[in-house]
Design a protein around this ligand. Structure first.
Ligand SMILES: *Cc1c(COP(=O)(O)O)cnc(C)c1O
Length: 510
């Protein structure tokens, strides 16, 4: 059922009221407050239903200028009525892209896990800040339990972790801890405490946030060495060692290597054991950016196939809001060594982190981070983990991989119409669609250029029609190609077939 903004009518009396007439300003307005919130919940529940309805469009696309005309975005001088607010809510969801729709294959975070969503609703209502035990006692303890569990799954005993606003910031935390570990005076003395130029290493397929650490932290991006990858997208570890030695000869200090478990475009996994050996030989901190692939740690099958050696890392980024399907945003960074986060980032603000509090202040996590306030990202993950159990998460990961393998098979079975670019290691499937006029012609560079040109046209058509969302991009080796993502628990084999059939319907004539 589509969201129709005119169908949510408050009672005549409540409709005319404004926010001033509800709690907390009008203490006696319990009934009206409940009526208003119930109506908002009706809209949310209708949206959840629409998200899961395959007959619904994934999106109702309009160009920005048209969208501005469809929406009333003005923030007025005088507050609007409650009825208007209800319509505002409904209109907002009417034009929102349904990222939880089974035909949404566009992003690394897809799906709408209902338990996680319920958790986010509760989180919003509790509306607390995560910096001290004092004001978030239950949530802080949940954080402790879940993060300890995640470190155990990585293969560590002890250590420390924190939830950060995104994988990019998680990677930044790893960088900061690595530099602090090697040069503890940096915190007070700054770059004058460094004997020489620091250099970091990551593969040319890594997420751009890794390179961004070099610019944000003063190394300069020229000192983030991009190690070449092989044709499957994995770091060439021999090249890593050669480049480390090259920089050493220049008198630089290689100190940080970021391996990737699940690259953003191809879903490739670096060889962690080989990288760990090199880090050991050259005294480098080993970070694993598993923002994307981290979920596979929950699968006994894929953990050893893809991430053997992860326990040798010094730090690991892992985003539950990607493969595990927790709601945005939910990102974690883990450290093998306890105490580093605190000593690296502690500023001891006296108004917040008094040391003479009457409870165990190790639960005040606020001084471990470079933020002050921290959003509660734990409750939705904790509740979701309770609902599935670790075994449920394992089954979910294995199922997503099974569906990606199904897609690969279907692409190969229709090799006249589709060209698989490589055997995927994750749920990223990279492929071209071959329109009628290009079928039966040998695959060469010229043909690839043609196939690349039609990706944006097909994408434009799917957006206009609203039936499907799949991403495309070029990379260093090839022009535009489609990269679909299956990370939503709503997807079935039928939806995978729909994706391929719909691309065919949209692109056959190109
Ligand atoms: C998504 C991703 C990131 C960034 O995570 P955000 O939560 O979007 O900041 C970092 N690294 C990899 C490999 C990713 O896939």
């Amino acid at each position: 059922m589509s969201i129709n903004p005119n169908q949510y009518k408050l009672s005549d009396r409540t409709a005319r009221l404004t926010a001033q007439d509800l709690l907390p300003t009008t203490v006696s307005a319990g009934t009206e407050t409940r009526e208003f919130l119930q109506k908002v919940i009706d809209i949310l529940l209708d949206y959840v239903k629409a998200v899961n309805d395959r007959n619904e469009k994934v999106l109702d696309f309009h160009h920005p200028e048209d969208m501005k005309r469809l929406l009333d975005l003005e923030v007025p001088d005088r507050g609007v009525t409650l009825q208007q607010l209800i319509e505002d809510c409904a209109v907002t969801l009417k034009y929102q892209v349904k990222t939880g729709h089974p035909h949404f294959f566009n992003q690394l975070s897809c799906g709408l896990d209902l338990i996680s969503m319920a958790g986010e609703w509760l989180t919003a209502t509790a509306n607390t800040n995560m910096f001290t035990y004092e004001i978030a006692p239950v949530f802080i303890l949940m954080e402790n339990v879940v993060l300890t569990k995640m470190r155990e799954i990585i293969g560590w005993n002890g250590g420390d972790s924190i939830l950060a606003p995104g994988g990019s910031i998680s990677n930044l935390y790893a960088f900061l801890a690595a530099r602090h570990k090697m040069f503890p005076n940096f915190k007070e003395k700054g770059s004058s405490s460094l004997p020489s130029q620091l250099v970091m290493f990551t593969s040319d397929q890594s997420h751009y946030s890794v390179k961004s650490c070099a610019s944000v932290c003063g190394l300069g991006t020229d000192n983030c060495v991009m190690v070449p990858s092989d044709d499957r997208g994995k770091m060439i570890t021999k090249e890593l060692e050669r480049l480390i030695m090259e920089r050493k000869k220049m008198g630089h200090i290689p100190f940080f290597v970021s391996a990737t478990s699940g690259t953003t475009v191809l879903g490739a996994f670096d060889n962690l054991n080989e990288i760990a050996d090199i880090c050991q030989r050259h005294n480098c901190w080993m970070h694993v950016d598993a923002a994307w692939g981290g979920g596979l740690l929950l699968s006994r099958k894929y953990r050893y196939l893809r991430m053997a050696g992860v326990e040798r890392a010094d730090s690991v980024t892992w985003n539950p809001h990607k493969l595990m399907g927790a709601l945005l945003q939910c990102s974690t960074i883990h450290f093998k060594e306890d105490g580093l986060l605190l000593s690296c980032n502690q500023m001891s603000a006296e108004y917040l982190f008094m040391t003479d509090k009457q409870y165990d202040i190790q639960y005040d996590t606020g001084d471990k981070v470079i933020q002050c306030g921290r959003h509660n990202d734990i409750f939705k993950l904790w509740l979701q983990w309770r609902s599935k159990g670790t075994e449920g998460f394992e089954q979910q990961q294995d199922r997503l991989m099974e569906l990606a393998q199904y897609q690969v098979r279907r692409i190969k079975e229709q090799s006249d119409k589709f060209h698989l670019i490589l055997e995927p290691e994750c749920v990223n499937v990279s492929f071209w669609y071959i329109p009628k006029r290009l079928r039966g012609i040998p695959h060469d560079r010229q043909k690839e250029m043609e196939l690349g040109k039609i990706c944006p046209i097909i994408k434009g058509r799917m957006m206009q029609k609203g039936s499907l969302m799949v991403g495309y991009q070029p990379d260093d080796r090839r022009p535009n190609f489609f990269r679909s993502i299956i990370s939503s628990a709503a997807v079935t084999e039928k939806d995978v077939d729909f994706m391929l059939d719909e691309i065919h319907r949209l692109g056959d004539d190109l």
